[in-house]
Design a protein around this ligand. Structure first.
Ligand code: GTP
Ligand code: MG
Length: 440
């Protein structure tokens, strides 16, 4: 996701590191690079200009961050502006659909409408299950243009375990009326309604959607935008907005190597929130669109929040709290380090985690290196387990003879024990760095 922009921005920011001041010259140069990157990411020209102007104003106008180094200062300004472009911090951390409600989904052919319906149904179902509830959800479609379109929806409904209704009518408007009647008669809580796409905007489709929308009177109208289509999708969205209208957008295919242009431009140009993003083909691959996280990802600041969220689901709360406490205080012990290592193994492979680490989005790691890393982790755990309680809490007391005893207990040589201590020290440095960057 956003690999393109992330790589570009990481390069730009690291070029600033080590500079004492932001001079007019290096500011112009850096802004030029930001501008080129955004243009290359397929962000429309006007919008890039507006963005650059605002960033420039912010950098020139601010004195408050005099204590930060130029790179930090610049990243902060770009981040703040980007956040604003993506929708700011307005979005609620959770979102729930009102009951009952009709949810209509629109978009161009192949944009991901049907898949999104499946994802939304799954989202609603799971959200209800978490609260011990069951939702009565109905999926239906008036896509008569592509022969297998309605079958695709039926298969999805079966897979998720929600209801599906096929109207006997084959005129979209008559079918929409029939579906509404079925929905009301059977007391469903949600109707997720799929519509036909076209290759391009055309008047017939727009009129049809307008009429269908009148019949359904949906509580939610979603526009699905394919993140891979770049700024062309903005023109599409504009004409949907002007004719049928919609309340929210879903950006699909954000897992693809899209350049991020659509995500960057959409909210600012259309002033409609992006509520969800599709991050894969499976029904569970839907996430709430969180501007802060997206901005951080784009800037290569890593996505510590996502990492923490994944962790929360998999790791015992108490372990996590104690690690968090020590991370915050900056005083980590071997006990914490062992917990960190265990957390890492619970979260999955190192390569998966690397992506989320600040500044690491860019780093290429070979399979061999990863394997070595995973083996090291196992040995390290064995070493820490061979330490006494006191040794784990007070790493500084580890002398030669203690190290020898520990190595023997863990079945490794003294060099591996030294390597662990070295890694532990590095980890402490890393925590200090994160603290400095205000991640904790
Ligand atoms: N990688 C990825 N693929 C997606 C995502 N969303 C949809 N797709 C794929 O995109 C293709 C088109 O998705 P559909 O849901 O059939 O699109 P549609 O808008 O209903 O298409 P029509 O009904 O033909 O107009 C399918 O192969 C999906 O698996 C996503 O978030 N990530
Ligand atoms: Mg479809």
């Amino acid at each position: 996701m956003f690999d393109f922009l992330t790589k570009k921005f990481s390069g730009i920011f690291s070029a600033l590191t080590g500079k004492d001041k932001l001079t007019d010259k290096n500011l112009e140069e850096t802004l030029g690079k930001v501008k080129d990157s955004l243009l290359e990411a397929d962000v429309p020209y006007d919008l890039v200009h507006t963005f650059i102007d605002e960033v420039k104003k912010d950098v020139v106008g601010q004195k408050v961050f005099a204590s930060m180094n130029p790179s930090e200062q610049f990243v902060k300004v770009v981040y703040d502006r980007m956040l604003q472009f993506l929708g700011g911090e307005y979005l609620q951390e959770s979102f729930a659909f009102q009951i009952p409600s009709v949810i209509m989904v629109m978009g161009l052919q192949g944009s991901g409408k049907t898949t999104t319906i499946g994802k939304l149904a799954y989202f609603i179902k799971k959200q209800a299950e978490k609260r011990g509830k069951v939702r009565n959800i109905l999926l239906a479609s008036v896509d008569f243009y592509r022969p297998a379109a309605i079958d695709q929806l039926e298969i999805l409904a079966k897979q998720i375990g929600v209801s599906f209704y096929r109207s006997k009518q084959n005129d979209p408007l008559l079918a929409a009326q029939d579906i509404m009647q079925h929905y009301k008669q059977h007391g469903y809580e949600h109707l997720l309604f799929d519509t036909a796409g076209r290759l391009h905007i055309d008047d017939t489709m727009m009129h049809e959607l307008q009429s269908v929308s009148k019949i359904l009177n949906p509580r939610y109208k979603f526009m699905v935008l394919d993140a891979m289509t770049g700024q062309e999708s903005l023109t599409v969205a504009k004409s949907f907005l002007d004719t049928v209208g919609f309340d929210y957008a879903v950006l699909s295919k954000m897992d693809s190597d899209s350049r991020g242009g659509a995500a960057f431009s959409f909210r600012y140009s259309l002033k409609k929130p992006i509520l969800f993003m599709g991050i894969g083909e499976k029904v569970e691959n839907l996430e709430l669109f969180r501007p802060e996280r997206v901005a951080k990802r784009m800037l290569g600041m890593g996505d510590i929040l996502t990492l923490v969220e994944n962790a929360q689901e998999k790791i015992k709360k108490s372990d996590q709290e104690s690690v968090e406490r020590s991370l915050r205080s900056g005083n980590i012990t071997f006990d914490d380090f062992e917990k960190q290592l265990s957390m890492v193994s619970k979260l999955g492979s190192l390569s998966g985690i690397m992506k989320f680490m600040p500044g690491m989005g860019n780093v290429q790691v070979s399979q061999d290196q990863l394997q070595k890393g995973e083996n090291e982790m196992k040995q390290f755990k064995a070493i820490i387990r061979s330490m006494t309680k006191k040794e784990r809490l007070l790493p500084q007391i580890l002398d030669g003879s203690r190290k020898k005893r520990i190595a023997k207990g863990a079945g490794v040589d003294s060099a591996t024990v030294n390597l662990l201590i070295q890694r532990f020290e590095q980890s402490k440095q890393f925590v200090k760095l994160l603290k400095k960057k205000r991640f904790f």
